[in-house]
Write a protein that binds this ligand. Structure first.
Ligand SMILES: [Zn+2]
Length: 150
């Protein structure tokens, strides 16, 4: 999904949970910043790094845009580990990173590109029902952002 959608979802959930200070930082790391793997794996941006990581980390077939942290099983394990790290470092609840990362994975999982939820243990795949990055999604996410912020 678009970054505006992930920002809106993170703000919505964070406000619902009444987060403060470091909680918001961890929420944005899990809910938005995990998309950094797109930059690392997408051929358009950094081809050399993509080739370096390709064999070990590509689970999305022809799309090559996300790593296992974007898949449900590995995402849950890595999210819990990162959450515990954040809890020790920033004195926040350990589940904040995991919850926001899961919200990100759940939203991305709706997109019509290849997902392998059990990676790296299974190559079983599915395609979500919604087209990714449409103008409608962009406009709706901006409206939701406006409602949340105002
Ligand atoms: Zn994503």
């Amino acid at each position: 999904m678009l970054i505006t959608t992930h920002i809106a979802a993170t703000l919505f959930l964070g406000k619902y949970l009444d987060l403060s200070g470091p909680g918001w930082l961890v929420a944005f790391l899990g809910g938005v910043a995990i998309d950094i793997d797109h930059a690392l794996l997408n051929f358009k941006y950094l081809p050399n790094i993509k080739l370096f990581f390709k064999k070990a980390s590509d689970v999305s077939g022809r799309f090559n845009q996300h790593w296992w942290t974007h898949e449900a099983f590995f995402g849950a394990i890595s999210g819990a580990a990162i959450g515990v790290f954040c809890a020790i470092l920033l004195a926040v609840q350990w589940w904040i990173f995991l919850l926001f990362q899961f919200s990100h994975i759940a939203l991305d999982g709706l997109m019509k590109f290849e997902h392998q939820p059990l990676a790296p243990f299974s190559k079983r795949k599915y395609f979500g029902p919604l087209a990714s990055g449409t103008k409608i999604e962009f406009v709706v996410s901006l409206i939701v952002l406006g409602v949340i912020i105002l």
